[in-house]
Design a protein around this ligand. Sequence first.
Ligand code: SAM
Length: 309
Amino acid sequence: MSSTLKSLRALADPTRLRIIALLEKDELSVNELQEITRMGQSRISTHLGLLQDARLLQSRRDGKRTFYRLNQEADAVARDFIQLAVRGARETHEHAADELNLKRVLARRNEQAQVYFNQIAGRFDRVYGPGRSWQAFGHLLLRVLPPLVVADLGSGEGLLSELLARRCKKVIAVDNSEKIVAFGAAKAKKNGLKNLEFRLGDLENPPVDVQSVDLVILSQALHHASVPATAILSAFKMLRGGGQIMILDLLQHNFDKARELYGDRWLGFAESDLHRWLEDAGFKKIEVSVVAREEQSPHFQTILAGGVK
Ligand SMILES: C[S@@+](CC[C@H](N)C(=O)[O-])C[C@H]1O[C@@H](n2cnc3c(N)ncnc32)[C@H](O)[C@@H]1O
């Protein structure tokens, strides 16, 4: 049967005109159509099937539900049929009730989302949100980084370096463990990150040229330095004017076992110590703050310290 005949047949029923008129206003599920039109599911489904067969409608699955809407790719003839159907629906005696019921169903749909967000307002940042994570935020923030040259000191195998290398001009990852450097370099190669270079060296005297980088990162690395102030001074030297240092470390704690469990030399740092070392090295615009606290004992807290050369 030609598509014109199919469309004419599909429109030869007032119920189907009503359905088209409703779907012209919004996408609706079978349940919602049932509620609006007060018809049984199988009747609605039959009508929807016919309309879809005539290419006047489209559907999409969303979990267990199927949503219907007018065919967005309908040709000019089909669009004319749809307009006629909408006009015809207005002449049915159910039209006024359909409009009212549609309004109610759509209002409830919006309310459901609002009720949820109203309930959690004030706690939103702390409750679970599907798909929301610091990892995801991290990726988002990395996308807005300018093309910097970065030195990641005490880089480990390059968890952060690899992420940075996807956006930055160059990343130099320095670590004093031969094994870690070999592993990190092999992984960077495997991942095709040609702008990520691993270098073996000490973070107190790193193998990085003076005034050659825009950003120095010390992520959970400074507490391994024998003299942290020396590492910060070295960072200052390797930065270009206007470059920044970013230190992520632990706030001073009493968890002695960190020495034996994680090889830590320092049990975190006081905010004032970091501030002083940054100032003594010559950094300006210094900011030091606690940015995270772990839920589990011993409740390590993360400190973020930064400054500009
Ligand atoms: C806790 S890990 C942090 C790794 C990474 N920055 C991160 O945030 O995931 C500390 C790293 O610093 C390295 N390290 C320890 N002392 C160092 C030193 N004096 N110079 C350079 N790297 C050092 C270790 O080999 C280890 O890979």
